[in-house]
Write a protein that binds this ligand. Structure first.
Ligand SMILES: C[C@H](N)C(=O)N[C@@H](Cc1c[nH]cn1)C(=O)O
Ligand SMILES: [Zn+2]
Ligand SMILES: [Zn+2]
Length: 430
């Protein structure tokens, strides 16, 4: 993907370099390179930094896809395939902006600074360091940043986003016997790692979503009446949630509570268990070692290190109380910070005008429940405003099966990104 993007952009006249990041920590695996680029160097024009990622979540046909996930298809007005909305589609969108200007013979309105990474879905390994090293070199003089890597809330109304949650991802490993055992022979005679792990997991969060880890909720900033009011005007209905999840499995009955749970409160999610029997059939095995993966989406003012302390201390206490002779290990796999800004900035004004020009409606101002670890780093290091300008819809199935991007969102998305650059070129900075 990095080489593909480099070739596409180079053919359009951009100056591109692939920045090597070395090995992934603790492994012998090469990190995917960061694509850094520049398109235009007119000192009279503003410098706009655009960020996206070319890595994607894993996908297998066996997960339930109707088509081969890594072969993009176009059907019924949708582009279907892994990465269509998250985030290969939007990355292509930026490239298409340049192409469209060239084909139409329209001068490009800004100097574009490009940063496309390949580790976003694993906590943006290596990118924070690169931004810190390059803030006064490659990123020098950037006037504002635009990230196209999240989604509308629903399916019909465009949004601009001024906040995201962070994500701390943990693995809890329980190990005991030196190899998997026959459950008929040894069941009842030994402590089973998967039973212990299930016990620990059951103590982290209630089925209604209440976080049971002491100290986590204490770090959450209290809701003010002013903030609560902001939820009243958001165009989102429970039907949007039912449609996007294909179910009525909602934890809350109102839009406001549901959005607050997604935007301003932390959540614990369980992702899977490595080492457990998961194939079809009925294998009578006692797995010898299991790793349960869970993550906590974080919000203001949760700090990752304090969260790690709360998680570790609590799980160790639960483990001690259990009195198992198995071994337990807790590991943080990766983390990324939450980000909360204000949409009162010329960068957002430019995006509002662009959205109105293309979609003929004013965008809603939203926060995002997902995470883009590098957002805060760009804002803090470059000291310039960051805007999240999404292309896809809330029902695109990002991270799920049959991920799609509606063709109209792709085409109008390219127009919106282009129009944004034109407005960003001239919007008063005051
Ligand atoms: C919102 C963005 N497109 C996204 O999907 N981000 C991922 C990033 C992440 C963080 N930890 C692991 N992956 C997400 O929110 O899950
Ligand atoms: Zn993603
Ligand atoms: Zn993404």
């Amino acid at each position: 993907m990095a080489h593909f993007i480099k070739n596409e952009l180079t053919a359009l006249g951009a100056e591109i370099e692939l920045r090597d990041l070395g090995k992934q920590e603790g492994t012998d695996v090469d990190l995917p390179p960061i694509v850094l680029g520049r398109y235009g160097s007119d000192p009279k024009k503003r410098k706009i930094l655009v960020y996206g990622h070319y890595d994607v979540q894993p996908a297998l046909v066996e997960d339930g896809w109707d088509t081969e996930p890594f072969k993009l298809i176009q059907k019924d007005g949708k582009l279907i395939g892994r990465g269509s909305t998250d985030d290969k589609g939007p990355v292509m969108g930026w490239i298409n902006c340049i192409q469209a200007h060239q084909k139409a013979g329209i001068e490009f309105p800004v100097n574009l600074v490009i940063c496309f990474e390949g580790m976003e879905e694993y906590g943006s390994d290596g990118l924070d360091d690169l931004i810190r090293t390059e803030k006064d070199k490659f990123f020098k003089g950037v006037d504002a940043t635009c990230i196209c890597d999240n989604y509308w809330l629903g399916t019909s109304h465009p949004v601009l986003t001024y906040g995201i949650r962070g994500c701390s991802y943990y693995a809890v490993t329980v190990s005991g016997p030196s190899a998997d055992l026959h459950s008929g022979i040894f069941g009842g005679m030994v402590s089973e790692p998967l039973i212990d792990l299930t016990h620990v997991f059951s103590k982290l969060v209630s089925p209604k979503g209440k976080i049971l880890i002491p100290g986590v909720m204490d770090m959450v900033v209290p809701l003010t009446p002013e903030e609560e009011e902001l939820y009243d005007d958001i165009k989102y209905s429970m039907d949007d949630l039912y449609a996007a999840t294909g179910s009525k499995t909602n934890l809350f009955d109102t839009e406001k509570e549901s959005l607050m749970a997604r935007w301003r409160y932390p959540t614990v999610s369980f992702h899977g268990v490595e080492g457990a029997f998961s194939a079809p059939g009925a294998k009578t095995v006692i797995p010898a070692k299991v790793s349960g993966k869970f993550s906590i989406r974080t919000v203001p003012n949760i700090t990752p290190r304090k969260l790690d302390d709360c998680v570790t201390e609590y799980i160790n206490k639960v483990w001690e109380e259990l009195g198992s002779k198995n071994k337990l290990e807790i590991k943080l796999l990766h983390d990324g910070m939450w980000w909360l800004s204000s949409p009162n900035h010329w960068n957002f004004e430019a995006a509002k005008k662009a959205t109105k020009a293309v979609w003929k409606v004013d965008p809603d101002m939203t926060r995002e429940g997902g995470s883009i670890p590098v957002t805060l780093t760009f804002e803090e290091e470059l000291k310039k405003n960051v805007l999240l300008l999404p292309m896809g819809r809330g029902d695109d199935g990002a991270h799920s099966i049959n991920e799609k991007l509606d063709l109209i969102n792709y085409i109008n998305g390219i127009k919106t990104l282009s129009a944004y650059l034109h407005y960003a070129a001239v919007e008063p900075m005051a």
